[in-house]
Design a protein around this ligand. Structure first.
Ligand code: ACO
Ligand code: PYR
Length: 533
């Protein structure tokens, strides 16, 4: 069977720019465009030329190599001709290949918000589209409030679509502008429209958490153009998330066998990277639970699940993680069974038999320590250290005899008040007793610097060790508050690892996590590979 083509339209740089807390600079827009080109969408809507300086500059040159470069804007204003409307002229003068005009498809909104008659609205729509076509643009129309409009006055909403198609619009995109429509309503309304469905699109908002479901319902009912954004950003609760829609269309029966989306297996494999790179650009943590691309999308904590996964991954994975460039992860925690430990140990090059009694001891240690506040599902490196210690595979690289920190508030030479922090660390490396002193911008920083200042014969090996992040959480430990500190580290190989420390004292918890980070780094070059019998 020949597959029908679905066209993907990205509006990250237009509707996504309407997200609370997100502002794109010109450089951001250029970077996001490159990501979208890597992804392989058909259209990139870059913004609204004429609305602000960044967007006008962005549209002053052609910004895409492959995708259709699209500008967004309103149809002509009431009481003006197209030629006399600077907004429409800015769109037509831009370097975009296509123009997406927004216009209202709900008669009540036309009267209320625009102050014109429904008939004048249709005339303005047709006149604007024709001007766009004459200017050599591919014209799209965003039919704002289409679904609410259809429910209120189906005849007017349908005549809006017909008018736009007759005037020369390549696509009329049906918008669920306030995001309140249900998937079954979308499917019924789209099916009932007496027009060529191959020229219809869908633009869904996520106000009921169903933007993706609404988009897929519209595709089932016949639309062939899909609008959405990277990671679902967009006005209010966001837009349909392309990071969910694309793998669903590419991999799921009922879609994958019927439609071609222009994104091959290699590009699909890149989607996890693209999603996370976009979050990096927004300077926010990626959602762990994002479908397909989240770090938990193929992660399991439960012991019963880990046991079955080891026998057949499809038991708890609806698609292979590698198909979307993600990976399976089996975590160690108090929900774990021996299977979780075996899989995690194997990933770290340690093979044990399931009936090895040391595995029971390790599982007992994990659960006891988790009950005291440790959390190993986010601290893989600390788990490796615990496992090696239990198995007799952890060398004692260095021993901490004692440490001390002090914070002093005093006046500097200019009479300003400053806080000075100092740490002293005494360690033993073999027969050598080494003492280091360091000042830092706080006690943890000073301790870190002092600890790493002189590690004797190991000093060279930690030269490229870097602390990336430091998270503190106060827990109710039952007998009083305890502090859990999670430290993220990386080295010159690019590897990142996480270590955890727990104590009623925040500095002591931090010291434990720092100590484990350095020990893990040394393990990478010095670890014995064999488990002692
Ligand atoms: C559903 C959506 O997401 S639509 C996308 C909305 N995105 C944006 O608005 C972001 C960019 N917008 C902007 O920068 C500004 O709103 C501009 C530059 C476009 C216009 O700014 P202003 O001229 O100050 O107008 P303002 O924003 O206050 O109001 C919009 C005007 O457009 C009119 N209008 C709204 N939609 C349409 C339309 N489809 N066709 C014609 N006119 C329209 C309104 O009636 C209103 O006119 P009025 O003030 O005479 O009543
Ligand atoms: C056009 C648009 O963003 C909407 O109607 O939601």
């Amino acid at each position: 069977m020949t597959k029908e083509r679905l066209y993907l339209f990205d509006t990250t740089l237009r509707d996504g720019a309407q997200t609370a807390g997100i502002e794109f600079s010109l450089e951001d827009k250029i970077s996001v465009t490159a990501l979208l080109e890597d992804l392989g969408v058909d259209y990139i809507e870059g913004g609204y030329p004429g609305a602000n300086v960044v967007d006008t500059e962005f549209f002053s040159q052609k910004r895409t190599r492959r995708a259709t470069f699209t500008a967004f804007g309103m149809t002509k204003r009431a009481g003006r001709s197209v030629g006399n409307d600077p907004g429409v002229q800015a769109l037509l003068d831009s370097r975009a290949d296509a123009t997406c005009f927004v216009a209202k498809a709900w008669d009540q909104q036309v009267v209320l918000a625009l102050g014109i008659t429904p008939e004048e609205n249709l005339a303005a729509l047709a006149e604007t589209i024709k001007a766009g076509v004459e200017a050599g643009k591919e014209v799209l129309v965003d039919a704002e409030h289409f679904f609410d409009g259809y429910k209120s006055n189906p005849g007017y909403a349908a005549s809006f679509v017909e008018t736009a198609l007759q005037a020369g619009a390549r696509w009329v995109v049906l918008c669920d502008t306030n995001g309140g429509t249900m998937p079954f309503e979308i499917e019924d309304i789209v099916r009932a429209l007496p027009v060529d469905h191959a020229r219809l699109g869908i633009h869904a908002h996520d106000d009921t958490g169903q933007a993706v479901a609404n988009t897929l319902a519209a595709v089932r009912a016949g639309v062939r153009h899909i609008q959405g954004t990277l990671n679902g950003i967009g006005e209010r609760c966001g837009n349909a998330n392309l990071m969910t829609i694309i793998p669903t269309l590419a991999l799921k029966p009922g879609f994958a066998d019927r439609f071609e989306i222009g994104i091959d297996a290699a590009r699909l494999h890149d989607i996890t990277r693209i999603s996370r790179t976009f979050d990096e650009l927004l300077n926010r943590a990626p959602s762990r639970q994002a479908p397909y691309v989240g770090s938990s999308a193929f992660a399991t904590k439960a012991g019963i699940h880990a046991s079955a996964l080891a026998k057949d991954p499809s038991t708890y994975e609806h698609v292979p993680p590698e198909s979307v460039g993600n990976e399976r992860s089996v975590m160690v925690s108090q929900q774990a069974g021996k299977s979780n430990l075996l899989i995690t140990l194997k990933r770290h090059g340690i093979e044990l038999a399931k009936d090895d009694p040391r595995l029971d001891t390790l599982l007992r240690h994990v659960k006891e320590r988790e009950a005291r506040g440790y959390s190993y599902d986010g601290a893989d490196a600390s788990f490796v250290l615990l496992a090696r210690k239990t198995l007799g595979m952890l060398p004692e690289f260095f021993d901490v005899e004692n440490y001390r920190t002090s914070v002093e508030r005093r006046h500097n030479a200019r009479g300003e008040q400053i806080a000075v922090t100092e740490a002293v660390v005494k360690i033993r490396v073999g027969d050598d007793l080494l003492m280091s002193v360091a000042e830092g911008n706080g006690p943890i920083n000073a301790l870190d610097l002092a600890l790493r200042k002189d590690l004797g014969k190991y000093s060279d090996q930690i030269g490229d060790l870097e602390l990336v992040d430091f998270k503190v959480r106060i827990l109710d430990g039952g007998t009083g508050a305890v502090t859990r500190v999670l430290v993220e580290s990386r080295d010159g190989t690019g590897e990142r690892w996480y270590t955890v420390g727990v104590s009623p004292n925040i500095i002591d918890a931090s010291f434990e996590a720092l100590y484990e980070s350095i020990t893990y780094k040394l393990l990478k070059t010095e670890a014995p590979a064999q488990i002692p019998a």
